[in-house]
Design a protein around this ligand. Structure first.
Ligand SMILES: [Zn+2]
Length: 147
């Protein structure tokens, strides 16, 4: 009943002035912004809730199989991110300092942040060994030393 009376009022008031209409538009826009703010708040809390569950999972809580499913997907994403970051470091010729986690150029001998000696990763070292052929080099050096 209320719907019909409201509807009739709206139809009869069709010629209402423009100022009133723009006032309504502003009001609706404000309300929509408020709705968006509330929805953003919910999304943030969903995130925090998820993080809380993930931390529980990492600490060994495997009581909820649905939570485990989500957590395992997160772990895959984390692994992918780790791999992608490593690829970027390869391209930029950067190694991660093993003592402080700082990004250091492979060409640097020491970490600029903590001063630890920069050591190339095992894979990279192997590649370099193959290219340089260390047996020949050491033999040459030995020969030079002997002379
Ligand atoms: Zn360091």
């Amino acid at each position: 009943m209320a719907f019909f009376s409201n509807f009739k009022e709206k139809v009869s008031g069709f010629a209402q002035n423009a100022a009133q209409k723009s006032g309504e538009v502003v009001e609706v826009t404000k309300l929509n912004i408020s709705i968006n703010t509330e929805e953003e708040g919910i999304k943030e809390l969903y995130c925090e809730l998820g993080e809380y569950c993930f931390k529980k999972f990492i600490n060994g809580d495997e009581s909820d199989s649905t939570v485990i499913g989500f957590c395992e997907k997160i772990k895959i994403h984390q692994e992918n991110i780790k791999y992608l970051k490593e690829r970027i470091n390869e391209i930029k010729n950067i190694v991660i300092c093993s003592s402080c986690g700082n990004s250091v150029l492979k060409t640097n001998e020491f970490c600029g942040k903590c001063g630890a000696k920069v050591e190339a990763e095992a894979e990279v070292a192997e590649e370099m060994v193959e290219e340089a052929d260390p047996k020949k080099n050491s033999a040459d050096e030995h020969g030079q030393n002997a002379e």
